[in-house]
Ligand binder design. Structure first.
Ligand code: NAD
Length: 377
């Protein structure tokens, strides 16, 4: 029997036109299982409003995966991720798994996911929200209006270069070695992501390196400069990493988009994040050449508050908004979610991590309710 044949025509049209996406959910550990459902509820709400639907499949990663399977990244998880349009990850790790050998640690699962999906570009926005300006440790006039995107190379550089290891020299001394190396193709692909990101933002790109000392940085600078010919509308500048660190703290508003290698990006993106003073508010995206990207909050699994309804779900929710914008091409739905986050903050709702005098302290569930109410309005 054709069930559909008895449905009204406009109902059939609705299903015919509704865009469908497959999303893999990786709640991981700690507060992960508390904050992922908030983001899912937000996506489902805007999906109805903007005429798309997501099917969600949950898979194991991190400590939860170790407990269930013995591996921090079971093969099945990677397979499910590869088959999806995008992956939404919360966070991995916790005290329970801290003393396991490195290959069995939750962090190894995260690195395996990045490598398995070939995620070479990490996008981390650091935006000062007007409602939370006093959460920053820097002066209001320094941080007001800050809106930076750090584009970090994620799969090359000194974290992966060979040779690496601790070796014994001829004199019997130990010698620790890591190798910072980049090929032109590795530089070009991250530079292009950064140029395209800058084009969608303020049109300014600052490339950060250490070309005054490191040969690998000189190649980096040469390639980024050469590619500027393809992106004439982007204003390119260069900074040495030590100066970039100083400038980020001294005058962060001068930056629009920053592109840098793995090590420098690791450090500078955390410094940029701290300008905002609120780790529970920061989303990120990790992207590959093709295939699904991973969208996740910057913060960790917060084991100290896990299971207590104290987690701030908004970084996860804003990661979902990034996913809608970058992976699913639903910018209006993304903007709707971002506006709803502003609304709940305007109404004074605060979880403990962003609480200040005169505001209303809420838990994860109440924050979720307030967000959904704002989305429905
Ligand atoms: P963390 O980000 O988990 O926590 C730092 C502090 O911020 C804690 O006091 C925590 O309660 C608070 N915090 C973090 N997120 C919050 C949120 N959404 N709402 C309210 N408060 C929040 O960093 P950590 O304590 O250094 O690490 C804890 C675990 O997380 C470790 O096992 C670490 O390896 C792991 N970790 C994972 C990731 C990831 O999955 N990408 C990133 C960083 C740390």
């Amino acid at each position: 029997m054709l069930v559909g044949s008895s449905l009204p025509f406009h109902f059939l049209m609705y299903f015919a036109m509704t865009q469908q996406y497959r999303i893999t959910l990786l709640p991981g550990d700690g507060i992960g299982p508390e904050i992922i459902p908030v983001a899912v509820a937000a996506i489902e709400t805007v999906g109805k409003q903007f005429d798309f639907a997501c099917s969600f499949e949950t898979a194991l990663i991190g400590g939860a995966a170790i407990d269930a399977t013995g591996s921090p990244l079971p093969d099945e998880t990677l397979t499910i991720c590869k088959q999806s349009d995008a992956v939404m990850l919360a966070a991995i790790g916790g005290y329970k798994w801290d003393n396991l050998p490195r290959e069995q640690r939750p962090e190894t699962g995260l690195l395996g996911l990045r490598a398995g999906l070939e995620l070479f570009a990490n996008l981390r926005p650091a935006t000062i929200l007007p409602q939370l300006i006093d959460a920053s440790t820097l002066k209001r006039e320094v941080v007001e209006g800050v809106d930076i995107m750090v584009v970090r190379e994620l799969t090359g550089g000194v974290y992966f270069g060979q040779p690496k290891g601790i070796f014994t020299t001829e004199t019997g001394e130990q010698r620790g070695v890591n190798t910072m190396a980049y090929t032109t193709s590795e530089i070009d692909r991250i530079a292009r992501v950064a140029y395209e990101t800058a084009q969608k933002r303020g049109g300014k790109l600052c490339s950060v390196d250490k070309a005054n000392v490191l040969d690998v940085s000189q190649l980096w600078r040469d390639r980024v400069t050469a590619l500027n010919a393809d992106y004439g509308d982007v204003e390119l500048s260069h900074l040495y990493v030590d100066n970039a660190a100083m400038q980020l703290i001294r005058a962060p508003k001068q930056f629009d988009t920053i592109v840098t290698g793995n090590l420098f990006g690791d450090i500078l993106s955390d410094a940029a994040a701290m300008l905002t003073g609120s780790i529970g508010m920061l989303p990120s995206a990790s992207l590959g050449a093709d295939g699904p990207g991973v969208y996740e909050p910057v913060h960790g699994s917060a084991p100290d508050i896990a299971g207590q309804d104290k987690a701030n779900p908004l970084a996860q929710v804003l990661s979902a908004a990034m996913m809608l914008r970058y992976a699913l091409n639903q910018p209006a739905a993304a903007s709707k979610i971002e506006a709803a986050v502003m609304t709940v903050l305007d109404r004074g709702f605060r979880t403990g991590d962003i609480m200040s005098e005169g505001q209303t302290l809420v838990g994860c569930k109440a924050m979720s309710d307030a967000l959904l109410e704002a989305l429905e309005a």
